[in-house]
Ligand binder design. Sequence first.
Ligand code: PEP
Length: 252
Amino acid sequence: MALRKLVAGNWKMHGLSSDLNEIRAIAAAARDFSEIDVVLCVPAILIERAVRTVPGFPIGGQDVHHAEKGAHTGCTSALMLHDAGATLTIVGHSERRDAQRESNEEIKAKAEAALAAGLDVILCVGESLEARGRGDAIATVAGQLGGSLPSVIAGETKLAVAYEPIWAIGTGKIPTIVEIGEMHAAIRDTLRDRYGERGELIRILYGGSVKPSNAAEIFAIADVDGALVGGASLKTVDFMPIVAAASARAAS
Ligand code: PEP
């Protein structure tokens, strides 16, 4: 079944007040593509200003703490993101799994906290270059999903999984079309095993060096229901051709 495509921009640690104009431009351009979902995940401190700048356009965060509140200096809870106007959050990005040593268990708790707070969730998984070299890519991702998928999902569109091979992020390299297809099919199997029919309705995004030049061929792969886009989401001129490619695929 073809799911409504989702193209999410991950601005990472980029974004000042002066970039609100870019968010305004992206939101305005995205209005032409109402048959797909487009969201920008910006730094937590920019969320409220972004929401005020582009009312009605979905703005997301990039991480949440798993606790509702408490003695966690410097952290942001899911309720805080929701309160600031975010509709979604990323959890388990490989940059956080690595730099903040986030475990699957912690990521699962974050995903569950975000869903409970009313946020949609993009849960990231992906193998290292070493794991792919050993032929362990699919087993690695299955292990990450096994440990980090939320126990229960209430609404089918609330959770998305992003397959982001670590070695493809920000490098300009991507897996082959066959490798992406194999991984997305394996993720779909895992989601079906875990959630039954509801697993069919969870969008599986590809992320890692998605660009205007490769977006169309990536969106043509079975079970690629959208993309998580880093560097190319920072500028309207780069992001919109990717959004347009997803839209063209949705219409085909
Ligand atoms: C990301 O960090 O989620 C990502 C996909 O980055 P890039 O598109 O820059 O590879």
